[in-house]
Design a binder for this molecule. Sequence first.
Ligand code: GLN
Length: 374
Amino acid sequence: MTDSMNNENKEIDQQQEANGAIHKKLAERKTVHIEPVIDRHYQLRETSKAKEIIQKAMDLAREEIPKGAVATYIPELGKMDPHQLGICLYPLKGDKICLGDYETRFTMQSVSKVIMLIVALEVCGLKSVFRKVGMEPSGEAFDSLVELDVNDSKPYNPLINSGALAVCGLLLPEVSFQDMLRYTRNVCSDQGIELNEAVFDSEMKTCSRNRSIAYLLQSKGIITTDVEDTLRFYTKMCSMDVTAESLANLGKKLANDGVCVEDGKRYMSSRTARIVKTLMLTCGMYDGSGSFAIKVGIPTKSGVGGGLLSVSDKRAGIGVFGPALDAQGNSIAGCKLLREISNELRLNLFYDPEWNKEDAGDTVLREMQANSVL
Ligand code: GLN
């Protein structure tokens, strides 16, 4: 054996010793063994245990209700009872769990932007859609028009009002509202979905901000259809009456890449499902999207009717209804509820078992120092 080979072997030995030390330290580390309630095969193992967890989360979430308020800028929405709260969690495999006001009808509002986007991607294609709107979070309120006064700009993304109005401009020559209603009923597995005429009329009388956005989009050549027709189409989409259960059905199809688990039918391409889920994660909660992603980590789209559509990818669809809203226009109790169940049922995309441990930071710091990582 040459000297250089000897040296090389020594280095490898030293390396292994060092590795061994780290491995040993890691092995010594007190880890909590966690059995996921939703296992790797995406099956909800113990429905009764999950139900108990969700019930507890509902009780905690209800405490948030007094901090929020129902939307009043659409007068008809102001009539909603803010104390309602309901959830439906529908795993890809296993029984659905429904609690509280999960059968109550409420208007979809901005959750319908998901449906508009799905249909636009399928009917008009990805290129046409993203010629009109961007893919970036706006960091602005849902009805903001700041970006529209900048030369050559387009709406930040299709999940805010300006972006959805631009998408409606694309859809209008291709499909009727009746077509959209039929698709919504099918993709939500809910033939009871109707247009809520009272909410539609109420919003049409008070939608001067959306009207301004739509005219600005026309002035920029982004909307080429009739502005009033486009506005009516958009507002009708927002006024469809759904339930938390119908949203869970839609979420479940998105979670399964566009295919219905029960009938095996495809409702959108997997590419569309992927784009929609990604945009829900980055832009679905408006200017609350970043903090929601950190705290909850489940792609979600909100609406001012109190609805939340969540997709736990390859695991479950979740629909929530809680009409008291926070400052961003997201269901205040619904967000808390999702935060709790995301943690307890380990649904966070980046699930971390140490997240809730108060001393986790100190322990890790000490461990990193001990391992000479720092
Ligand atoms: N229809 C509502 C609007 O255009 C939808 C907004 C929302 O749900 N955030 O203002």
